[in-house]
Ligand binder design. Structure first.
Ligand SMILES: [Fe+2]
Ligand SMILES: [Fe+2]
Length: 178
């Protein structure tokens, strides 16, 4: 439950990214349940709340998470991968994950207006198989990052790089100064 989520600890950015994956996984699960609910029950109050929760998370937290990886983690990983083997691993992983981020952004462009309709109490025209594909692909992405990317980062990045990544993640979430 959202209220019980501990505040992210940016001094341990890889753990913070993993915690973000857990919250993302919960929203993906909600999206799957929502698909079935819309077909069986319709866009009732529960469906509207679920759609709003998924929308809010994908609009605010997912873009930040992708930036944490693309702007803070990936460049440092590529920089610190000095042996041929590590360079090859880092390049292969980063290029694959970035292409997947783009694919998620594109798929989201279709799902977002569908969820908007649900928040207004309407059942949109949608293909539940597309939602399932989106969820499965994201789950595989998370699994790959946790099984290969984060351990490689843990192995290659020194304390200074880890500190910089955490500071940038924190800055990304700071309220804008007016
Ligand atoms: Fe990612
Ligand atoms: Fe991630």
């Amino acid at each position: 439950m959202e209220l019980l989520d501990p505040a992210p600890d940016f001094s341990a950015p890889l753990a913070a990214l993993t915690a973000c994956h857990r919250r993302l996984s919960a929203r993906l699960e909600t999206l799957l349940r929502l698909g079935a609910h819309l077909l069986g029950v319709g866009a009732d109050d529960n469906a509207q709340k679920a759609a709003a929760s998924v929308l809010a998370y994908f609009r605010q937290s997912v873009p930040q998470h992708h930036l944490d990886e693309e702007s803070s983690l990936f460049p440092r990983l590529l920089q610190e991968a000095r042996s041929d083997t590590h360079r090859e691993q880092a390049f292969e992983l980063v290029s694959r994950l970035m292409v997947e981020h783009l694919a998620f952004d594109r798929a989201w462009e279709t799902i977002e207006p569908q969820l908007e309709s649900v928040t207004k109490g309407e059942v949109p025209s949608f293909d539940p198989i597309d939602w399932r594909r989106f969820v499965d692909a994201y789950r595989r992405h998370i699994e790959l990052e946790e099984r290969r990317l984060f351990p490689l980062a843990q192995h290659l990045l020194g304390a200074h790089a880890i500190h910089e990544i955490g500071a940038e993640m924190e800055q990304r979430r700071a309220p804008p100064s007016t």
